[in-house]
Write a protein that binds this ligand. Structure first.
Ligand SMILES: NC(=O)C1=CN([C@@H]2O[C@H](COP(=O)(O)OP(=O)(O)OC[C@H]3O[C@@H](n4cnc5c(N)ncnc54)[C@H](OP(=O)(O)O)[C@@H]3O)[C@@H](O)[C@H]2O)C=CC1
Ligand SMILES: O=C(O)C1=N[C@H](C(=O)O)C[C@H](O)C1
Length: 257
């Protein structure tokens, strides 16, 4: 692109017609230091859409996001990824791909975050901190009924962080004497039960319930509007250009000390 100040970051949005894609296009458009140079939709040729792009933001669908990120890395474009459905294996493949390219001098950054909302990042962080002090812990995520994956990426990330914190502290698994009707006990994510609610009128919400004999702590966050994700997405776009390699989770970018 010509005529842009050198510090302007040229941004492409993948999934530009989606609920999140539309919100991200509007937020990037309104940011003086960012320039929306490409809007990529299903069926478009991604590699051919990346001329002059510095950072691409992916809010597409779980089935395509890994291939998209590989294409971005191969084109030398930094990636901010909000799409869910990532596993340890798929993140590992991207990490390996980045490392192989780094051997050839590439400094591409990929930032994958299951949730860009400040309330959600803080809820996950507080839950992980609290996890070792309670005998029982369960996660409930609540979303709009057009969401295609369950449990949510945020709930998976939360449960994994809780499980890691409990393992590190040597805490026993949550007690659960259920003998039958296991379907009603939610998904087992790293030993933590996660329940998914789908309800018209909701956007994105999460509750972490922690219990001890005679007491309960509930950590709850609510995204009432997709605008709640935009400060985190814009921060990630600005940060990813100076963070080569793979970063997972916005908590690694925010100063939460
Ligand atoms: N990290 C975070 O903070 C958040 C993450 N999310 C996640 O983001 C993802 C998107 O959510 P949402 O916007 O609600 O979903 P939508 O279904 O509204 O949007 C997804 C869009 O991606 C398009 N798409 C599909 N394949 C491709 C492709 N290969 N290239 C470009 N575009 C493509 C779809 O097009 P078509 O409909 O034509 O197939 C659709 O327009 C989900 O995984 C969701 O969980 C959501 C909110 C916040
Ligand atoms: O699909 C959504 O809407 C959301 N998806 C993400 C997830 O799966 O955690 C983030 C947020 O919960 C909204």
């Amino acid at each position: 692109m010509t005529g842009q100040p050198s510090q302007t970051i040229r941004v492409a949005v993948l999934g530009a017609d989606g609920r999140m894609g539309r919100a991200v296009c509007a937020a990037v458009d309104a940011a003086p230091d960012l320039d929306l140079v490409a809007q990529v939709r299903a069926g478009d040729d991604l590699a051919a859409s990346l001329d002059g792009v510095d950072v691409a933001v992916d809010f597409t669908v779980p089935s395509v996001t890994e291939a998209n990120v590989r294409t971005l890395v191969d084109a030398g474009v930094h990636a901010v990824v909000g799409t869910t459905g990532w596993t340890d294996e798929s993140r590992g493949r991207i990490s390996d791909h980045l490392a192989a390219r780094a051997d050839h001098g590439s400094e591409v950054g990929v930032l994958i975050a299951p949730n860009f909302g400040l309330s959600a990042v803080l809820a996950m962080t507080f839950a992980a901190k609290a996890a070792r002090f309670f005998e029982s812990v369960e996660v409930v995520e609540l979303h709009h009924p057009d969401k295609i994956d369950a449990p949510s990426g945020t709930a998976r990330h939360t449960a994994t962080a809780i499980a890691a914190a409990r393992r590190e502290a040597g805490v026993a698994p949550s007690p659960d004497a259920t003998e039958t009707g296991l379907d009603a006990r939610g998904a087992d994510v790293d030993g933590v039960r996660v329940h998914a609610v789908r309800l018209r009128g909701l956007v994105a919400h999460e509750e972490i319930l922690l219990g001890n004999e005679g007491e309960q702590l509930v950590i709850r966050q609510d995204s009432f509007d997709r605008k709640s994700f935009m400060p985190g997405v814009l921060l990630a776009i600005r940060e990813v250009v100076s963070r080569p390699g793979l970063t997972v989770g916005l908590e690694n970018v925010l100063d939460l000390s």
